[in-house]
Design a protein around this ligand. Structure first.
Ligand SMILES: Cc1ncc(COP(=O)(O)O)c(C=O)c1O
Length: 364
């Protein structure tokens, strides 16, 4: 039996390396908890509100980050939070400033309330043989001053480019944009570094700042739909607007807490993913016409030769492998690949090389 067929037999089901979900899953302790769920966790509201806090989870995050519990928002994932922020603050005809190279929902959300987008472009730089997208803060400030948007969105790391904004550049930007609500979307926090030391000082210093995170990506709990944010002192109305008096999803809160406790598991998984990202950089750099971009997230963006995109997409789908071939204004030739398990990553790379080999054979 040819080698490829043997591997394919193991991949009878679709491999979803197209939506930045975790392929490793959450801490095994999350499954243990689910096996022993109690009646009150399923059938009763939480009573946290009567204790003067929103949830055991916001209480926990408050302790971890040394930020008052009332300045912590819980949400149904960060998509939900983004929607709430825009719907609450953006008036008709007002602007939000977003990256040109952005997650598709950034491009849509302002229109839900009759607002519109102004875009700031990123730059591409090359360092040590690897290309990378970069936030150009001076350019962002220039556009901010010209357009005076109500809200600014920065994703760090950004989807789909994978780059992050260095904390010094972020501070410089926040200093220059004190008139707007600035939302830093850190949905992909943790994959590049687990640094947290800037969160409290920035939240204290910038009262219009909102730092959003989620349990969907690093903690692999996307199905549980739970996210959180730290809000600066001026965002008082948002704190009131987002509060839920009957509590949140008690299973999700508990799973999130368990995940926060199991640092060892997540560090191990992330370590493997970082090694695999390096494998992808090096392998793609060897293939003619392919260009990988440095990523601090659980995915990488890769430029793929235009003339093989369609064929490669079909070839991979036929072998049950899904990656995201982007087709939008800022990305006509790129694909975004979610970093899967070691086995999935190796299988994908093998398929791509196999496709290129088959192509040369046909051409000759
Ligand atoms: C940049 C970015 N922000 C936010 C989200 C939403 O994540 P969730 O609602 O699962 O927290 C996503 C999802 O892919 C994303 O790519």
């Amino acid at each position: 039996m040819p080698n490829e067929t043997k591997v394919r037999l193991k991949y009878k089901e679709l491999q979803y390396l197209d939506r930045n979900e975790s392929q490793y899953g959450p801490s095994p302790k999350c499954y243990d908890f689910l096996k022993n769920v109690t009646l009150d966790e399923l059938a009763w509201y939480s009573r946290d509100f009567s204790r003067g806090v929103k949830s055991v989870l916001s209480e926990r995050l408050s302790k971890d980050f040394n930020i008052p519990e009332r300045q912590i928002i819980l949400s149904y994932g960060s998509e939900d939070l983004l929607k709430q922020v825009i719907h609450y603050y953006l008036e008709r005809k007002e602007k939000i400033l977003i990256p040109k190279e952005a997650w598709w929902y950034y491009k849509k959300v302002a229109y839900e309330v009759g607002g519109f987008n102004v875009e700031y472009p990123m730059e591409i730089v090359k360092k040590n043989g690897l290309c990378s997208y970069m936030y150009n803060v001076e350019k962002m400030i220039e556009i901010y001053e010209r357009e005076r948007p109500r809200i600014v969105l920065i994703a760090s790391p950004n989807n789909p480019t994978g780059n992050r904004i260095p904390k010094e550049d972020l501070k410089h930007f926040l200093d220059a944009c004190r008139g707007a609500l600035v939302m830093i979307d850190e949905a992909y926090w943790g994959f590049g570094s687990t640094e947290n030391d800037y969160v409290k000082p920035y939240i204290d210093e910038f009262p219009n700042l909102l730092i959003c995170r989620t349990f969907s990506k690093y903690y692999a709990l996307a199905g549980c739909r739970i996210g959180f944010a730290f809000a600066g002192a001026n965002l008082e109305e948002l704190l009131k607007y987002t509060v839920r008096y009957l509590g949140y999803n008690r299973l999700s809160e508990k799973l999130a807490e368990i995940a926060l406790n199991d640092t060892e598991y997540y560090e191990k998984v992330t370590g493997q993913m970082q090694e695999d990202k390096k494998m992808f950089y090096s392998e793609f750099n060897k293939l003619e016409g392919f260009k990988p971009y440095k990523s601090y997230a659980n995915f990488i963006l890769v430029d793929i030769p235009k003339d093989i995109r369609k064929g490669l997409n079909k070839y991979l789908k036929e072998r049950n492998m899904l990656i995201k071939f982007l087709d939008e204004e800022a990305f006509r030739t790129e694909a975004r690949i979610t970093i899967g398990t070691r086995e999935q990553n190796a299988y994908l790379m093998k398929l791509i090389k196999q496709y290129l080999r088959d192509l040369t054979l046909v051409k000759n």
